[in-house]
Design a protein around this ligand. Structure first.
Ligand code: T4K
Length: 371
C-alpha cells in the first residue's frame, strides 16, 4: 500500500503538456482573434463531428448554457418530463427556460429515467422529455424516442457525462432532437469550461449558432432573443489538443474501472453500476451503491474515506427533487420517486481519472473496505 496519504479527489483534470499549448497561444496572441467563433472554434467543431461520429456540433460556454440553448431552440412551453437523479443544472435549465419539470422515477439498474414511467406522466401540457445519460450510461434511447414520436414530444438528452459513449455501434449522441455535452474540468474531455450541442441537421445547427451569439443573423438583423453562449478561442484551442489525448485517457479510465470491478464485484453489500463487458463506455464516473448488507451506511463509508483523505463524492445527493426550488412540485413527492430516493442515499462515486496510480487505487479500496 502507498504510504502517501495526500488527498485523492474524485476527479482530476487531464491536461496537455504546457509546451504543447504554446504554439496555439502564440497564434491567438499574434492574430488577436480571441472569440466570436474564430478559426480554433471552427476547427474544434469539425474535429468533434469526426471524432464523435455525429453530423453537427455547436460549441458552447458550458453545458448549463447548452441546456438553455437547446430548450430554446426546440421552441417548447409547458411541462417537461425529466429525471430527479442528476446534477442540479439539468432541472435548473428547465426552470430558467420557464418550463415545469415533471419528475419521474429511474430504473434500478442504470439509474436513468424509466421509460415506463414517462408514458404514465404525459399530460396535454407535456411538450418534451429531458433525459440524462447519468454517469455516461445510455438511457433506453429507443424506448424514449418511440414514446416521443407517439406523443409528438421533443427529446433533449443531457449528455454532460456521455462524451464518446457508443451505443449499438454508433454514437449515443445521435438520439433525440439534441444532446448537450459538458467539457467542464472534471469531465472525460475538458476545455476547462465548455460544452457542445449535437444537432441532427444544418438548420438546427444554424439556429443554435445564432442563439448562442445573441440571436444575431447579420450586422443589422437580430430576430430572436439570444444569449452569449460562445466558446472562446482559448478553450477551443485547448480542446483540439485534448482531443488528441482522449482515446488514451478513456483507455486509462477503462483499466481503472476494470481494477475496481475485480476488487469490488464480489463484495457483499456493494453494487457496481459499471459492466465489465461495456465496450462503448467512457468510464466518466465509477458509481457504487452501498446496500444494507454492507454493514455500514453510505454516509459512514463516505466519512471514513474522507478521514483517510479519499474524497469520494455522493453524486447525486441530495436528490434534485428534494431541493428547495423543486420540492414543492407534486412530482417531487418521494413516494413518486422510490428508486431515485433510495439511490441518492446509497450512491458513492469513487475517484477515477487518468493518472490515478495503482497505489492510490489500492488506498481507495482499502479506505472503502477496511475498518
Ligand atoms: N448536467 C449534468 C448531468 C451535469 O453533471 C453537469 C455538471 C451539467 C449538466 C452542467 O455542466 P457544466 O455547466 O458544468 O458544463 C462538478 C462540475 O462543476 C459540474 O460540471 C458537474 N456536472 C458536477 C457533477 O460536478 P463539483 O462541485 O463536484 O466540482 P468540484 O469543484 O468539487 O470538483 C470535483 C473534484 O475535481 C474535486 O475533488 C477536485 C477536482 N478538481 C476540480 C476542479 C474544478 C480539480 O482537481 N481541478 C479543478 O479545476 O461540480
Amino acid at each position: 500500500m502507498s504510504r502517501d496519504d495526500s488527498p485523492i479527489y474524485v476527479t482530476r483534470p487531464d491536461l496537455p503538456a504546457l509546451e504543447e499549448l504554446l504554439p496555439s497561444l502564440a497564434t491567438i496572441w499574434q492574430t488577436r482573434n480571441l472569440t466570436n467563433c474564430g478559426p480554433f472554434h471552427e476547427q474544434l467543431e469539425k474535429a468533434l463531428c469526426d471524432y464523435l461520429g455525429v453530423g453537427h456540433v455547436s460549441l458552447v460556454t458550458n453545458a448549463t448554457i447548452g441546456l438553455l440553448l437547446a430548450l430554446r431552440a426546440v421552441q417548447v412551453c409547458g411541462e417537461v418530463i425529466t429525471t430527479p437523479f442528476t446534477f442540479a443544472a439539468t432541472s435548473h435549465g428547465l426552470v430558467w427556460s420557464g418550463l415545469t419539470p415533471v419528475f419521474v422515477d429511474v430504473e434500478p439498474g442504470s439509474l436513468n429515467i424509466d421509460p415506463d414511467r414517462i408514458e404514465a406522466a404525459i399530460t396535454p401540457q407535456t411538450c418534451a422529455i429531458l433525459a440524462v445519460h447519468c454517469y455516461g450510461y445510455p438511457c433506453k434511447v429507443e424506448a424514449i424516442d418511440a414514446i416521443a414520436q407517439r406523443h409528438g414530444l421533443k427529446v433533449i438528452y443531457d449528455a454532460a457525462h456521455a462524451f464518446a459513449v457508443r451505443h449499438k455501434s454508433q454514437s449515443l449522441l445521435v438520439h433525440g432532437d439534441l444532446s448537450v455535452l459538458s467539457f467542464h474540468a472534471t469531465k472525460v474531455f475538458n476545455t476547462f469550461e465548455g460544452g457542445a450541442i449535437v444537432a441532427r441537421d444544418a438548420g438546427m445547427k444554424a439556429r443554435l449558432d445564432r442563439l448562442k451569439n445573441f440571436g444575431i443573423t447579420d450586422e443589422v438583423t437580430i430576430d430572436e432573443t439570444g444569449i452569449n453562449g460562445k466558446m472562446s478561442e482559448f478553450n477551443a484551442a485547448l480542446g483540439l489538443l485534448q482531443l488528441k489525448r482522449v482515446d488514451e485517457a478513456i483507455k486509462e479510465r477503462r483499466s481503472i474501472a476494470h481494477n475496481y470491478l475485480m476488487a469490488l464485484s464480489n463484495v457483499q453489500g456493494i453494487r457496481c453500476l459499471a459492466r465489465a463487458d461495456d465496450a462503448g463506455a467512457n468510464h466518466a464516473y465509477f458509481p457504487i451503491l452501498i446496500e444494507d448488507d454492507f454493514g455500514l451506511t453510505r454516509d459512514a463509508v463516505h466519512s471514513r474515506m474522507r478521514a483517510r483523505n479519499v474524497n469520494a463524492r455522493r453524486y447525486f445527493f441530495p436528490l434534485v427533487s428534494s431541493l428547495p426550488p423543486f420540492r414543492g412540485l407534486a412530482s417531487s413527492a418521494p413516494g413518486n420517486l422510490p428508486v431515485a430516493t433510495q439511490a441518492a442515499d446509497r450512491v458513492l462515486c469513487l475517484p477515477i481519472y487518468p493518472g490515478l496510480s495503482p497505489a492510490d487505487q489500492e488506498r481507495i479500496i482499502e479506505a472503502l473496505l477496511r475498518p
